[in-house]
Design a protein around this ligand. Structure first.
Ligand code: UDP
Length: 346
């Protein structure tokens, strides 16, 4: 008989302070999840990071592994999750977010959002923990209104290359809603728009990591389509603040469980982003044009009036400011790689 593995956090060295929470972060080694792990540890919490390391990276959590408040559980959330001891909060950040990554195994991607989401909801129910779902602007598909408000129902293809991600995230929202309505689980849903910053995977295949890495390596910047499509880019520190405020916010009006857009309303064409990256890196790279992927949304811009009114949150970091540490981070990744390459040759 197989049986479910029970994770027993190794926190006994710690005093459990009055404000300390035990927080599970599923996908805690990914880009957003690992930044959240670092932030919540720095704020004095205990973090249990669950990751199957499909797109999570060792480098993202290496500095935390010896921290007494941090524990790592190598586990796929598709399998039932059993954890010993109390859990106060659960952040579900577990799903590949980059189109080339989530399209590699679309069935697993879909199951991760829906079945993985259900396993985490059941953990939340068992522990009496509050749980936040990282949903996405992709629930709006290729929108025919802009900016997108939470009340917009979206324009999503159920059978295309992006459907496994978009429909998985939509299905997860439904599960969170029903588990709140019917079983009283304390749920939050953040619809996260394009986010960038340190700890992104240089090989992620998304536009910011591609353009910055290409510019730094002197390679052509790959523009998909004519580059007139838009995205709105939120710097990671702004997003973390939004996520934590949504998780910790009180709910006097009983509406906080409904989805909340978190993103930066500053909207740019992909060509504008390419030019900004070239200017800021001083790169002489050229632009090359490639086919626009199927179902690639033409525009994306969050309406954040709900986040402003219920959370008092709005982003502080404009694109050109957030790109400075992001470019510095990718430079560091590149020089680490060169050192490694040089070492392996030697
Ligand atoms: N894109 C691009 N070149 C690249 C990577 C992406 O022009 O090297 C475009 C992509 O077609 C999309 C936008 O940039 O229109 C954002 O893509 P990304 O994969 O970052 O995220 P998405 O918002 O599409 O999930």
């Amino acid at each position: 008989m197989g049986g479910t593995r029970i994770f027993r956090p190794n926190f006994e060295k710690l005093e459990r302070g009055a404000t300390t929470k035990t927080i599970v972060i599923a996908g805690g080694a990914g880009f957003i999840g690992s930044n959240l792990s670092h932030r919540l540890i720095a704020e004095g919490n205990r973090v249990i990071c669950i990751d199957n390391m499909e797109t999570g990276r060792n480098e993202n959590i290496a500095g935390l592994l010896t921290h007494p408040n941090f524990d790592f559980f190598l586990h796929d959330i598709l399998e039932p999750i059993q954890i010993d001891g109390p859990v106060d909060r659960i952040y579900n950040m577990a799903c590949p977010g980059s189109p080339p990554k989530y399209q590699r195994d679309p069935i697993h991607t879909f199951k991760t959002s829906v079945l993985g989401g259900m396993n985490l909801l059941e953990l939340a129910e068992e522990k009496g923990a509050r749980i936040l779902q990282s949903s996405t602007s992709e629930v709006y598909g290729d929108p025919d209104v802009s900016p997108q408000k939470e009340s917009y129902r979206g324009s999503v293809n159920t059978v295309g290359p992006r459907s496994c991600y978009d429909e998985g995230k939509r299905g997860a929202e439904t599960l969170f809603y029903e588990m709140h309505e019917r079983r009283g689980v304390d749920t939050r849903i953040a619809r996260i728009f394009n986010t960038y910053g340190p700890r992104m995977d240089p090989e992620d295949g998304r536009v910011v990591s591609n353009f910055v890495m290409q510019a730094l390596m002197g390679e052509d910047l790959t523009i998909y389509g004519d580059g007139a499509q838009t995205r709105s880019f939120c710097y990671i520190s702004d997003l973390l603040k939004g996520l934590i405020t949504l998780m910790e916010g009180e709910d006097p009006l009983g509406t906080i469980s409904s989805p909340v857009n978190l993103g930066n309303p500053g909207e740019f064409t992909i060509l504008e982003l390419a030019e900004t990256v070239l200017n800021m890196t001083g790169s002489k790279s050229k632009l090359v044009y490639r086919d626009l992927p199927v179902d690639d949304p033409h525009q994306r811009c969050p309406d954040i009036s709900r986040a402003k009114s219920i959370l008092g949150w709005e982003p502080q970091v404009p694109l050109k400011e957030g790109l400075i540490p992001t470019i510095a981070y990718f430079k560091g990744e590149l020089s680490g790689r060169q050192t490694y390459a040089a070492r392996s040759v030697a």
